[in-house]
Design a protein around this ligand. Structure first.
Ligand SMILES: C[S@@+](CC[C@H](N)C(=O)[O-])C[C@H]1O[C@@H](n2cnc3c(N)ncnc32)[C@H](O)[C@@H]1O
Length: 278
């Protein structure tokens, strides 16, 4: 009698590998969008020289050093300062006038990667005279990314794009006012992060992080399946104060979320929502 496997061996191995990553290290990628996880894991397997995912699993279970390596394959760190300038323009022109009425502010940037979005918000808040009264919570699951975010150091060859975005986003200063250069790198002013708490936090396995007036979470939930997206939006809903704001950026939407009813459109094109009264 032949035993045909119910699903391809590679898919079974991927499930077991992700289970091992979760059980051993509590990083939970089991419900990320499957096609992209498979693509990334194949890349890791081939570039790291493993014959199979099972061999990778064995290494992962017995060598902690493997976790960081695998996380760098499984998470996407693409970002830019003032990425999608229209989003920051809308934040500046439409959202900040509301936030300015609060005596103190808390902003949560979820999935902050190497910190580009964090420094963008800090510069914009400084330009608008709001940085002194704002705490920014910047979170991510990738410890290596958080380390770079904390340092605020970026290769100089990225600065031209950052500068262009900053101007298009309605920047009121020159970006060069906010960094010094050394050894081919731009070192951003540490005053920008004086009120920033960088922290390890997973939208998949952790609970509400803080109470805040604004959450910005862009290009993170695109990697999640639908129930996971609902979980993350539920966390944002529970974190936001009454009439607080949620910014997802133009590529994402709340339209299909089970929590859509808790929000109203605020800037439709940029997918900036406001927490409803109820
Ligand atoms: C493409 S970057 C987005 C950076 C920035 N928000 C932007 O839009 O330019 C995605 C980030 O989400 C992080 N991430 C992935 N899964 C996460 C999770 N479960 N909780 C928090 N962050 C997560 C990744 O480590 C990565 O730094």
């Amino acid at each position: 009698m032949s035993h045909t496997p119910a699903e391809p061996v590679e898919d079974i191995e991927i499930k077991l590998l992700l289970e091992a990553l979760y059980l051993r290290y509590h990083f939970d990628f089991r419900h990320y969008a499957k096609a992209s996880i498979k693509r990334r894991l194949r890349q890791a397997r081939d570039q790291l020289g493993f014959a199979t995912f099972s061999a990778m699993q064995e290494k992962l279970l017995h060598s902690e050093a493997m976790v960081g390596t695998l996380l760098d394959y499984l998470t996407v760190q693409v970002s830019e300062m003032f990425r999608d300038p229209g989003y920051f323009k809308a934040m500046r022109e439409r959202v900040l006038p509301h936030l300015r009425t609060y005596p103190s502010l808390k902003i949560w940037i979820a999935g902050c990667s190497h910190g580009e979005e964090v420094y963008s918000f800090a510069i914009m808040l400084l330009e608008e005279g709001l940085l002194d009264r704002t705490m920014i919570y910047a979170t991510d699951i990738n410890p290596g990314a958080l380390e770079i975010a904390r340092s605020g150091v970026y290769p100089l060859d990225r600065i031209a794009a950052f500068t262009r975005n900053h101007q298009q986003a309605g920047g009121k200063t020159s970006l060069a006012d906010h960094y010094t250069t050394a050894y081919g790198r731009a070192v951003f002013d540490k005053k920008l992060r004086a009120q920033v708490v960088f922290s390890d936090h997973s939208l998949v396995t952790d609970e509400v992080f803080t109470e805040c007036q604004l959450v910005s979470c862009r290009n993170v939930m695109i990697y999640f399946d639908r129930p996971l997206q609902d979980r993350a939006v539920g966390l944002f809903r529970d974190s936001l104060t009454r009439r607080g704001f949620l910014g997802l950026g133009s590529k994402e939407t709340l339209r299909f979320s089970e929590h859509a009813g808790a929000f109203t459109d605020f800037v439709r094109e940029e997918k900036i929502y406001q927490r409803s009264e109820a």
